[in-house]
Design a protein around this ligand. Structure first.
Ligand SMILES: C[S@@+](CC[C@H](N)C(=O)[O-])C[C@H]1O[C@@H](n2cnc3c(N)ncnc32)[C@H](O)[C@@H]1O
Length: 411
């Protein structure tokens, strides 16, 4: 095989590692179409002051991150480009280099002028959530000197983790770099920690104009948050007192729903889908809708042995509901990842669904496949009803109704 395109590509990668002009690299197009590992994403990070290469393995439904040295990262690319991945796209500060391996290996180099890659991890973490921010003081996460209060350590880590996840979803989405103002809604915003952290992140770190709304059914919390937002000069942030299901959500870019109780998560996701949000972040809370349905399932074999224990049945209800939500979001044209939000020792409610809208519409075959998998999962667990599914089905029926009416000939 003529591998000169491959060797020239690897040489360019190596020199961008050496002179620190490396911005990012994506390996894609798996040689085995059935491989669950779809992509490898590489970018520079600093960890405890040391420059490393973050390597994210993007599997069908999850990500795996490692932070090897650049030498190790290069060896990894060298070993896997060709046997495992057939395409690579390298961004450096001076050029874009695209490699396609196949019957004819192709290398395309385009000059570019690009800023150095933002270094993630430690440095960004501190920057992304600034411990000296006024909103953290007003919400009593930090004290007057800007130190995290002892009892608020877990909350602060949760805020950091949330901003990390939000930032990576944003930076991978089509919204990043578009320069257009952003709109975000946080449904079930509670005391507004995460709403304000998101607002602050976009305004201060990304320097994009952001308009954000928190929706909260408790008037005392909505009032408190509006007061703090005003004190902090967050002019385009407001909190509205309303149940999620009754809030008329305008078209927007990012929908957040963290720990909104039970099916309020479904109401929030549905609202986000309906208005075409590009990014949906949901950390589901109690799963009361599915739990009693599992008690009625006529399970046999291992599933019966699992469901006869209340605790396991509860966990199964959570997993089945969130797996169903993930499939329903995929059916609506989103790419979905399920990841841990906060460490399991703090709370069992630690799952985050991250959905980003795909550019290309779902093919009829993919939609039919997802419909079949949704039906299969429901039938396996004996789930008769799930709120997000019902809302989506009702919407589809409503959309079809005028079309059906139009085909009826007038008498
Ligand atoms: C557990 S707190 C989480 C707050 C915040 N999202 C966070 O993760 O830090 C859930 C909040 O959602 C609000 N909430 C729950 N169900 C809601 C609904 N259906 N409509 C509006 N707010 C709701 C509650 O009042 C509460 O303040």
């Amino acid at each position: 095989m003529n591998d000169s395109a491959l060797s020239r590509f690897l040489a360019r990668l190596q020199s961008s590692f050496a002179d620190e002009t490396f911005v990012k690299l994506t390996l894609g197009h798996p040689a085995d179409p059935a491989s669950p590992l779809r992509k490898l994403l590489l970018r520079p990070v600093t960890i405890r002051g040391e420059r490393r290469c973050s390597v994210v393995g993007r599997f069908l439904t999850r990500d795996e991150t490692k932070n090897p040295t650049f030498t190790e990262a290069f060896a990894l690319v060298e070993a896997r480009l060709g046997p495992e991945f057939l395409s690579a796209h390298l961004f450096t500060q001076t050029e874009d280099v695209q490699l396609e391996l196949g019957a004819k290996n192709r290398l395309r180099v385009v000059s570019a002028v690009r800023a150095p890659a933002p270094l993630g991890h430690d440095r960004d973490r501190v920057r992304w959530v600034d411990v000296q921010s006024r909103y953290l003081k007003e919400l009593e996460v930090t004290d007057v000197r800007g130190k995290v209060r002892e009892r608020m350590g877990a909350k602060f880590r949760q805020i950091e983790r949330f901003v990390d996840l939000l930032a990576s979803a944003y930076r991978e989405s089509g919204l990043f770099g578009s320069g257009k103002p952003l709109t975000l809604c946080d449904m079930g915003s509670g005391k507004g920690y995460l709403t304000m952290a998101a607002y602050d992140y976009f305004q201060r770190v990304e320097q994009v104009q952001i308009r954000a709304t928190g929706v909260e059914e408790r008037p005392d919390l909505a009032d408190l948050c509006n007061r703090v937002a005003q004190q902090c000069g967050f002019e385009r942030l407001q909190f509205v007192c309303s149940p999620i299901a009754e809030y008329a959500l305008p078209p927007l870019d990012i929908l957040v729903a963290l720990h909104a109780c039970n099916t309020a998560t479904d109401d929030a996701l549905f609202a986000g889908i309906r208005v075409g949000a590009q990014i949906l972040l949901a950390a589901p809370c109690c799963h009361k809708e599915a739990r009693p349905q599992l008690d009625r399932v006529q399970a046999a074999g291992p599933l019966a042995d699992l469901l006869r224990h209340g605790l396991f049945a509860e966990r199964q209800a959570e997993m089945a509901t969130d797996a169903l939500r993930a499939l329903l979001l995929e059916r609506e044209g989103y790419r979905v990842r399920v990841t841990e939000f906060v460490a399991a020792e703090h709370t069992a409610k630690n799952v985050m669904l991250i959905a980003t809208k795909r550019n290309e519409p779902l093919s009829a075959g993919a939609a039919a496949d997802l419909d079949a998998r949704i039906a299969q999962l429901k039938s396996f667990y004996g789930i008769q009803h799930q709120r997000l599914e019902r809302l989506l089905v009702e919407r589809r029926e409503l959309e079809r109704a005028p079309a059906a009416a139009a085909t009826v000939s007038p008498v």
